[in-house]
Write a protein that binds this ligand. Sequence first.
Ligand code: CAA
Length: 383
Amino acid sequence: MRVGIHDLAVATGHHVLDLDDLAARNGVDPAKYHVGLGQDAFSVPAADEDIVTMGAAAALPLIERHGTDGIRTVLFATESGVDQSKSAAVVAHGLLGLPSTARAVELKQACYGGTAALVAALGIVARDPRERVLVIASDVARYDLDSAAEPTQGAGAVAFLVAADPDLIEIEPASGLFSADVDDFWRPNDRSTALVDGRLSVSAYVDALLGSWDDLADRGGIAPADIDRWLHHQPFTKMALKAHRAWSKHVGAEFDETELATGFTYNRRTGNSYTASVFLALAALLDLDDDLDGRRLALFSYGSGSVGELLTGIVKPGYRALRRAGQVAGLLDARVPISVDDYRELHAATSTSSEARQNPAVTTGPFRFTGVEAGARRYARTE
Ligand code: CAA
């Protein structure tokens, strides 16, 4: 049976911080961010946005285009969860007006969660091909102010429908896996920012890519020349380049570094969106590469802590008719620039606090996080 990604859509935060401004504030050569990290800007959610509003905003166009028929599962992947018990999937399910005959669950394993959701969705659809699964990957990447990781923050969400006979990509059955217990990046329950051992995280990512490749090559009988395009998790786009260089050395394959650039297009502008990052790379490739009919993509997902998975999929002929490049570019262009001072003020306000409050109305997205009442987060449709 052919199962895969039928349609996908993207959302991000209301504001954008230009990394030239952060470089000026930090007294750093901007080339360190643009060239050394491969990032140009990052999205900053407004006070009335969070993973739920971004995730539901990404999913809304899918519901508008395809309706709710067949959707019996909503999987919400995030590592910046806003409640320890109630899943963001249940809240998104309500905001989107999905039928009560659906299960809704949140998944977590750092940035790998979105891929875990995809794999679970493939299994659900294989079990009953009449079903469709709505997967939402949404995150706000937050590190301490003035830390080395600060320029690699960001925010974004990607939603996709997993279905039988998909219009966009058939995911192939074999994948490569690599898990290892590493303390490279984590967020204890009492913190709103992640802790990270930057150097270790870079080497753990590379280990996971090489391990996942070896496992896929063993199981799937795949060779480097069988892959037409590569997409990687992009905590910062240079990370994908560094890992791919290590992979090409590992397998003894030449590669043209410019080949990865198309998949970097959106991530360079949103910054790290954790679970959504590799799917944002996929969105960019589908939107901007004209020559994908029947091509095999490799999609590498890495979640610190750590789990890696390397999946492959075949792009369906006709994908071009479904492209929405202008929409994503419009979304990114429409973000409202924020000054470094205002960004620092927003950063200091802990968005996960359960203290009663009403949030200012800022976002122009379809959903708002309106505030907190009796410890419960409240959301509303804005349009
Ligand atoms: N012009 C051009 N390049 C410059 C430069 C300049 N003026 N100044 C420095 N650079 C280059 C450096 O040479 C370096 O390049 P290489 O890595 O190719 O050698 C690059 O800029 C970065 O410089 P540093 O290594 O000095 O940067 P840093 O130590 O200040 O911070 C970091 C880098 C450790 C990755 C930090 O940003 C960080 O901790 N980020 C968060 C962790 C992270 O994203 N890890 C990735 C793997 S974990 C993961 O994937 C999960 C996840 O999403 C978090």
